[in-house]
Design a protein around this ligand. Sequence first.
Ligand SMILES: NC(=O)C1=CN([C@@H]2O[C@H](COP(=O)(O)OP(=O)(O)OC[C@H]3O[C@@H](n4cnc5c(N)ncnc54)[C@H](O)[C@@H]3O)[C@@H](O)[C@H]2O)C=CC1
Ligand SMILES: O=C(O)[C@H]1O[C@H](OP(=O)(O)OP(=O)(O)OC[C@H]2O[C@@H](n3ccc(=O)[nH]c3=O)[C@H](O)[C@@H]2O)[C@H](O)[C@@H](O)[C@@H]1O
Length: 475
Amino acid sequence: MTIKKVCCLGAGYVGGPTCSIMAYKCPDIQVIVVDKSKQRIDEWNSDVLPIYEPGLDEVVKQCRGKNLHFSTEIETAIKEADLIFISVNTPTKTFGYGKGKAADLKYVELAARDIVETVESGFKIVVEKSTVPVKAAESISTILHSKQKAGVEFQVLSNPEFLAEGSAITDLLHAERVLIGGEQSPKGKLAIGALSWIYQHWIPEEKILTMDTWSSELSKLAANAFLAQRISSINALTPLCEETGADVSEVAKAIGKDSRIGSKFLQASVGFGGSCFQKDILNLVYICESLGLQEVAAYWNSVIVINDYQKRRFSLRIVHRLFNTVTDKRISILGFAFKKNTGDTRESAAIHLSKHLMDENAKLAIYDPKVDKQQILDDLSHPYISEDPSRVARLVTIHQSAYEAGQGSHALVICTEWDEFVKLDFRRMYEIMEKPAFVFDGRKILDHEALISIGFEVETIGKRFNQSANRLDDF
Ligand SMILES: NC(=O)C1=CN([C@@H]2O[C@H](COP(=O)(O)OP(=O)(O)OC[C@H]3O[C@@H](n4cnc5c(N)ncnc54)[C@H](O)[C@@H]3O)[C@@H](O)[C@H]2O)C=CC1
Ligand SMILES: O=C(O)[C@H]1O[C@H](OP(=O)(O)OP(=O)(O)OC[C@H]2O[C@@H](n3ccc(=O)[nH]c3=O)[C@H](O)[C@@H]2O)[C@H](O)[C@@H](O)[C@@H]1O
């Protein structure tokens, strides 16, 4: 079967970049990305794309209007497409059964209903790109088949996405693997073959793994759980390092040399953020609990427990080192995105850190090179973060540069590993700060010895400086 038109429901961090690369690599296919949000589609059609992702602008500019289109005409796009990706959001439920853990499949289900109500004829392949609980494809399939019109046939595939924000374009162009799960029937295999054919435009065939739908769905949750587990494992060693005088970077280097462990994803930090790790692990925990697998649920939940502990611990350390009070002290938060090279703040450690410091009445001067002012204010005004949003207006200011944020502050707190923070002129920064001037490096990116020689008091993750231990004793 030949695919001529592809449509994607959801023009977000996954739908947008994935379809842009698909259009770029498959000039013989028309790709239409649709979204319910007119504002988001308008932005995709403008010069300032709704998401920041290195390399994305160039790809979009090259294909947009040729074989890549962004539209709110959802029905038309669904009707005309041979293959439909569902790439909508699957947030953690905030109400009812499974509140705080289970994935909210409302948007996936609504997308499936949009499809079944719109399609009038032909064989349509529906591809679950969103990250979903195991057996979600089965639910989508049930919805599609329950209202299917005569002359219409659906096949549902699972094709989870493994891109990471900030490197999405490289990840998509050079994917280590593409996973396609589907029914092991002749029609299922036909659909798998059709989706595989699209990817084969740029991904070597041996990197395209095909399997049953449930294994594919579980593999996505498992991959994120394993990645997050590595971060929590290295972070769990950081308090030990700080207590004993060991250096977590040395420990990471030593263990990473063992090829069975490997060196990637061992960067200790203030805690992982992002829209998916926590959400997907909570989802896994919920599935385990629903199946009565309490020990397994507790095992995966501990990854989140350590992450929360790490964020809280770092905030406490800031308060402790600033002589146990930060009330009315100006603290510069450098970086608000959950990692560098993205403007995404979802579940960013900076939000939680800011909350803890606001609870202590600190005045926060925040700077991030890619996050909008309004986004920061919205994040901090969220009811989960500030019971009283007027506190945000009183305590938070947003700045245009690190120096502007640093002016008159008692401490710099590095929350995101932006390259520009490494290149700051710290002598200049030292001059404009209150004394003693503190640096809390939550990302371990700065030259700490150089900072100490300038006169800074330095704290970082997983390493104790003798100087700070002495000062703590003095206090
Ligand atoms: N953000 C990431 O880096 C990754 C995300 N994922 C998964 O991909 C899925 C999407 O994530 P994001 O792109 O980050 O979400 P997002 O929130 O950026 O985008 C989702 C979009 O879907 C739209 N939408 C919702 N229902 C719709 C419908 N019925 N028709 C058309 N549009 C609809 C929303 O308006 C929104 O713009 C999630 O399941 C996530 O877990 C997977 C891998 C990476
Ligand atoms: O399902 C998803 O959404 C995606 O989730 C992650 O991608 P992403 O969250 O975009 O970014 P990561 O690079 O994984 O970083 C996540 C968080 O962990 C932190 N991190 C990462 C690596 C590390 O060694 N230490 C560390 O603290 C980052 O700073 C960031 O806050 C996975 O890496 C992707 O494969 C997956 O597709």
